[in-house]
Design a protein around this ligand. Structure first.
Ligand code: SF4
Length: 418
C-alpha cells in the first residue's frame, strides 16, 4: 500500500471549501473528482446491495482485468460517472477513501460521518455473461461504461518492448505481462469481437457510442502502419453491423501522419479522433513518455493533432492529459500554481488550432513506474477542469464524443452540458 500523507486534510481545501470557492462548477463534478482522487470503500450494508446479477462487477480493458465482486463504477443522479475507483484501484492509502454506505435505504457517498450524494452501481450489460461460439467470455472481449462500449483490439503497448519505453504513469506493460503469463492473448479475435458486438447491440437504447483504443504498434513501412491496418481491417468487418455502415466510434490512438489519418477517415469510417499528449510540456513529455518521444516527439505529436483537425473537422479532435502528472517529482512543476498556468497556456495554444484538451485524475498505480507519487489537491483538479472547459468553450470546440455520457472519465468534459 502507498504511504499515507500525514494530516492531509489540514494541508488542502476540503470538498466543502472547494465547492464554495468554485460555485460556478457543478458540485457533482467536484464530488466525482474527489472520489476518483481518493477512491472509495463499501460498508457491509452497501456491499449487501451489490448484486452480480444486476451490477457490473468485473471488467477487462487495457488498464484492468479482474472478476472479483467489486463495483466497476458508480453513477451520480445527474448522470456523472465515477469510473473505477474502488479501494486499491485508485490511489488507495494516499489519502482516506470515501465510504459508500446505505442511508435511509439508499446508497450514499459518506466521509467521516458526513453524508453526500446518492449513487447507484453501474448496471450489468445484457451480453456480459454470454460466451462467443469459440467459448470466449464476452466480458473479456468488450468493455462497458454506462452508455458506451469499449473495444481494445490490442492489449499490449509496444513502447514497453524497450526497457523504460512505456509511459511512467501507465499500467499497461505490467498488466499485459501478467496476461501473457496467464496465456491470455493481447490481440482480440475478430470473430469474437463481431459476435460480442452483435450481442451487445441487441440491448436497444443502452449505448451511444464505442471507444476504440489499444496499445501502440510501432511497426510498418511507416511507423504505426500496422496499427492503422489493425483498425482498418477490424472496423471494415464491423461496419456492416451499423446503420449506413458508419460506426459512432471515438478512436483514441497514437499520433499519425496525415496520410494515415486520411486512411482512418476513408477506409475505417472513423469520424472522431483522440491522440493523447498526456502532459502539456515538452520537457516533461520527454521524461514521462519516452516511447512517444522516441517514435514521434512532442512537437510532431501536436502537429499530428492539427493535421487531424483538417481531416476530421473542428470539434471532432481532442487530446487527453493525465491531470496532475505534471507535478510528478523530481522533474515536474514545483507548485500547483505553476503547473496550472503552464498547462492552461499550452491548452490555449492547442485550442487555437481547433484541438480541445481533456484531463483525467491521475491514478498512481502500484505497478507503474510512478508508484509512490502523490496526486494533486482537489482544488487543483477543479481549477484544471474548469480552465480546460473554459478554453474549449471560448474557442467554440465541441466535445460531444468525449462527454459525460460517452466517456465520463474527464472532469473537464463532464462540464460540457447545455
Ligand atoms: S502510449 Fe503510453 S499511455 Fe498509451 S498505452 Fe502505451 S505506455 Fe500506456
Amino acid at each position: 500500500m502507498a504511504t499515507k500523507i500525514d494530516n492531509w486534510r489540514k494541508k488542502e481545501l476540503s470538498l466543502e471549501e472547494v465547492t464554495a470557492k468554485y460555485s460556478d462548477v457543478s458540485p457533482f463534478v467536484i464530488l466525482k473528482s474527489d472520489v476518483q482522487r481518493r477512491g472509495y470503500l463499501l460498508t457491509d450494508a452497501a456491499r449487501a446491495l451489490l448484486d452480480p446479477k444486476k451490477h457490473q462487477v468485473k471488467a477487462r480493458n487495457i488498464f484492468l482485468n479482474r472478476d472479483e465482486v467489486n463495483p466497476v463504477g458508480l453513477m451520480l443522479r445527474d448522470g456523472t460517472s465515477i469510473v473505477g475507483s474502488y479501494a486499491e484501484e485508485t490511489n488507495y492509502g494516499i489519502r482516506d477513501p470515501y465510504l459508500i454506505d446505505v442511508i435511509d435505504g439508499k446508497l450514499r457517498i459518506t466521509d467521516e460521518g458526513r453524508v453526500y450524494e446518492e449513487v447507484t452501481y453501474w448496471a450489468k450489460p445484457d451480453f456480459y455473461d454470454k460466451k462467443t461460439s469459440k467459448g470466449t467470455d464476452m466480458w473479456q472481449v468488450l468493455g462497458v461504461r454506462p452508455q458506451r462500449l469499449d473495444l481494445n483490439l490490442n492489449h499490449h503497448c509496444h513502447f514497453w518492448d524497450e526497457p523504460g519505453g512505456g509511459c511512467k504513469y501507465c499500467i499497461i506493460g505490467s498488466l499485459s505481462a501478467e496476461e501473457r503469463k496467464n496465456h491470455i492473448s493481447h490481440l482480440l479475435d475478430i470473430d469474437d469481437v463481431k459476435e460480442s458486438l452483435e450481442e451487445a447491440l441487441k440491448q436497444e437504447g443502452r449505448y451511444t457510442s464505442i471507444c476504440a483504443t489499444s496499445g501502440s504498434i510501432i511497426t510498418g513501412d511507416e511507423p504505426f502502419d500496422d496499427e492503422i491496418d489493425l483498425y482498418v481491417n477490424a472496423l471494415s468487418k464491423l461496419r456492416p453491423l451499423f446503420k449506413d455502415g458508419l460506426i459512432k466510434l471515438q478512436l483514441v490512438a497514437t499520433a499519425y501522419s496525415k496520410k494515415q489519418l486520411q486512411r482512418l477517415y476513408d477506409e475505417a469510417g472513423i469520424r472522431t479522433y483522440t491522440s493523447d499528449l498526456e502532459v502539456l510540456d515538452k520537457n516533461l513529455f520527454e521524461w514521462i513518455c519516452p516511447g512517444k518521444t522516441k517514435y514521434v516527439g512532442y512537437e510532431k505529436w501536436k502537429n499530428s493533432l492539427y493535421d487531424a483537425v483538417e481531416v476530421f473537422g473542428k470539434g471532432n479532435v481532442n487530446s487527453g492529459i493525465v491531470g496532475g502528472v505534471e507535478l510528478a517529482t523530481p522533474n515536474g512543476f514545483k507548485t500547483e500554481a505553476e503547473a496550472l498556468s503552464a498547462t492552461l497556456k499550452e491548452a490555449e495554444e492547442l485550442a487555437k488550432h481547433g484541438v480541445s484538451v481533456v484531463n483525467c485524475i491521475w491514478n498512481v498505480g502500484e505497478k507503474t513506474m510512478f508508484n509512490g507519487q502523490v496526486p494533486a489537491s482537489l482544488e487543483y483538479y477543479i481549477a484544471l477542469a474548469k480552465g480546460l472547459n473554459d478554453i474549449r468553450e471560448a474557442h467554440g470546440i465541441d466535445v460531444y464524443f468525449d462527454d459525460y455520457r460517452r466517456c465520463g472519465n474527464h472532469p473537464g468534459s463532464d462540464l460540457a452540458r447545455i
